[in-house]
Design a protein around this ligand. Sequence first.
Ligand code: HEM
Length: 438
Amino acid sequence: IPLPRRLQGPGNMLHLAFRPEQFIARQTAVAPIHQVVMPWFSPYLVSDPELIDEVLVGRSKLFIKDRFTRELSLVTGNGLLVSDGDFWRRQRRLAQPAFHRERIAAYGAVMVEHAERLASTWREGQVLDIHAAMMRLTLDIVADTLFSTGVDRAIADTIGGALDVIMERFSDYTYAFLPWLARVPLPKNRRFHEARGRIDGAIRGIIAARRASGRDEGDLLSMLLRARDDEGGQMTDEQLRDEAFILFVAGHETTALALSWTWMLLSQHPAAWDKLRAELDHVLGDRAPTLADVPALRYTDWVAHESMRLYPPAWSIGREALEDLELGGVAVPRGAQLWMFQWAAHRDPRYFPRPDSFEPERWDADLARRIPRFAYFPFGGGPRLCIGNNFAMLELVLVLATLARRWRPFVRAADRPRPQFSITLRPAGGMRATLQRR
Ligand code: HEM
């Protein structure tokens, strides 16, 4: 039941601060669209799939990214995730061919190779932070597919180390509320600028070396370097650096999160684990997967879908209205912030009976086609649909299959982390798991 309006401000703040998972999940039940009043700002929460469709697809030209996301360009530069308008459109057109299905297929082998390498370093009974392990794995995969194997270990480590610092700054909400804080010479700001400088230097060096060699390495960077717009124009070095950087940021933590939450859910649900194992035994026997196996790994694919339903790595999408408009009968003024929560939509019992229960089988019989487009949207949708969505799905299936064939990373009930509603949905304090050889 919504609180009386004059109580909403502090009530909402407290609820959001102390029980974010509850606060966010109940939004679908409040109204298809409603304004939440808070002391500093009052966003509109859009919960109805048809209205989300209007914002992200039908009337997408009337919106830009929300204030928080735009603020991120200070951290990331002006790459695809944060740019808007004509600039974004041109960059998206230039980058799109690098993500065509056939191109992505070529990266499958890199994904399996890295996962196999990781699996062979694991030891029976080893206790580790499985999320940290998944972060390193997806970073190696994105580094190799973006810059190919030409990048030596030292540069990859520089990028990895600097990214840790940057991601910490990336998900610090204080800066969204107090943007001037970024200009204060605090130690954490200094650390951030140093890391940014290191990463810029590393990426610039890679781009310069590639331009000098002129070789086509068959990686994402070669595709971006070759891309031309309608007038024959190409990306400048600075644009290339920003795009390469954003692919690192957007492409590795999200995928790692999907994998980590999946290990947790599979530990909680032994029956689902058994079915996954049965499928892997049946399809793969005792060999590692290849791209050709992917269509047969149906249960693995359902597990990935169901995991991202309950723990969507991107748990919310934000937009800002460019003009006064009306949405679902509610007047939305220009400049209003609109939020759409995957965390809430994915728990709507109209489309997902027993919404809190982990049931990979529900994805059988083409569930995705039977529900509205925005009842399930881990990758967003419309023109700003995640450019890496096919890449990510392939990576999830291949990495899950490769690792689960040899190991079970088991997360005990006492070690199950709470989700932290940062920019992404993170396991608070990491995720402790014990490795069990199968
Ligand atoms: C955009 C989620 C993996 C690159 C997005 C958006 C979402 C998302 C929800 C849309 C944001 C919005 O509309 O405001 C995810 C999830 C992933 C994943 C859940 C993994 C499970 C990847 C990968 C890459 C990538 C692997 C690259 C290799 C991007 C980029 C954008 C984006 C560049 C901005 C696209 C644009 O606006 O033109 N992602 N993503 N993502 N994603 Fe992903």
